[in-house]
Design a protein around this ligand. Structure first.
Ligand SMILES: NC(=O)c1ccc[n+]([C@@H]2O[C@H](COP(=O)([O-])OP(=O)(O)OC[C@H]3O[C@@H](n4cnc5c(N)ncnc54)[C@H](O)[C@@H]3O)[C@@H](O)[C@H]2O)c1
Length: 279
């Protein structure tokens, strides 16, 4: 099979400890390919910007880890606040200590709920979004790249960006800026790390009703004065394929990008949006 080369590889996924999330689906897809999975998430609420409503809790993270094992992978769960350099180093160290290597890093942790009118946008919200979505990817990628270079057999980094990496969205100055920045990080890392055989790509999903996506549906439907279902139907109607995204759509794109099928692909920001975004 064309994805056979993935078996036995060690895959670290940040922000993968929340049910219905993109990270959870990515973890199951790689587990089914026989990979070693490192599930990671915040685990504990941290202040009002990272309340229990929005984050993957330790128990949830451990359950997802067990579900990876049921699907055929080996798995561990490692709490990691991607804003903290020592946590990111520990995450990659734990992956290597348990499984002997790191082959794939997927920077999936993201904050998409701190949305405010631009003239009222709080500096603390800006910092929280940029710290997770952009600095977190920098810190984890740096630790992964150090290990991949030491290992001497290349590797793969995938950044979960967004349609907001290509287009602007109202009330989402920080989110949009962070995701555009993540594509910049992707391109810089791709040109610098290519000589070590490390490929770096981004995936840009459109709307998916995850826990985060559900919050956004409520937020934007209220802002636009629409009921929840009418708002959601509007997204479907605008989409050439007539639906919103599924978490599995993103997981499949990650399998492809991590496999030898994408051996000559690096520095890309791949839309997975049903044709809604095409540049
Ligand atoms: N759902 C969508 O419509 C959509 C669209 C485009 C891009 N995305 C991106 O996909 C990724 C996953 O989002 P999702 O929709 O699955 O939502 P989600 O809420 O299920 O996943 C986000 C995860 O990030 C974690 N996280 C937040 N702060 C963290 C921190 N400081 N350290 C570690 N983890 C932290 C959360 O605990 C959560 O588990 C995000 O980067 C998001 O921006 C989502």
């Amino acid at each position: 099979m064309l994805l056979d080369d993935l078996a036995g590889k060690t895959v670290v996924i940040t922000g993968a400890g929340r049910r219905k999330g993109i990270g959870e689906a990515i973890a199951y897809a790689f587990a089914q390919m026989g990979c070693n999975i490192v599930i990671s998430d915040l685990g504990q609420p941290k202040g009002e910007e990272f309340s229990a409503e929005h984050i993957g809790a330790t128990e949830e993270m451990n359950d997802i880890m067990q579900d990876c094992i049921k699907r055929g992978g080996k798995a561990i769960a490692v709490p990691c606040d991607v804003r903290i350099a020592a946590d990111c180093k520990n995450l990659i160290d734990q992956a290597v200590a348990h499984f002997g290597s790191i082959d794939v890093l997927i920077n999936n942790a993201g904050v998409g709920y701190l949305m405010e009118p631009f003239t009222e946008f709080k500096e603390s919200s800006w910092d929280a979004v940029l710290d997770v979505n952009l600095k977190g990817a920098f810190l984890c990628s740096q630790q992964a790249a150090i290990r991949m270079i030491e290992q001497g057999r290349g590797g793969c980094i995938i950044n979960i960006a967004s349609q907001a990496a290509k287009s602007g969205f109202p009330y989402a100055a920080a989110y949009t800026a962070s995701k555009h920045g993540l594509v910049g990080l992707t391109r810089s890392n791709a040109v610098e790390l290519g000589k070590f055989g490390i490929r770096v790509n981004a995936v840009c999903p459109n709307h998916i009703t995850t826990g985060l996506g559900h919050w956004q549906n409520k937020f934007f439907s209220e802002k636009f004065g629409l009921d929840y279902e009418t708002y959601l139907q509007g997204i479907r109607d605008r989409n050439p394929l007539g639906r919103t995204g599924f978490v599995e759509d993103i997981a499949k794109a990650c399998l492809f990008l991590a496999s030898d099928m994408a051996a000559y692909i690096t520095g890309e920001a791949m839309n997975v949006s049903g044709g809604e975004e095409y540049h």
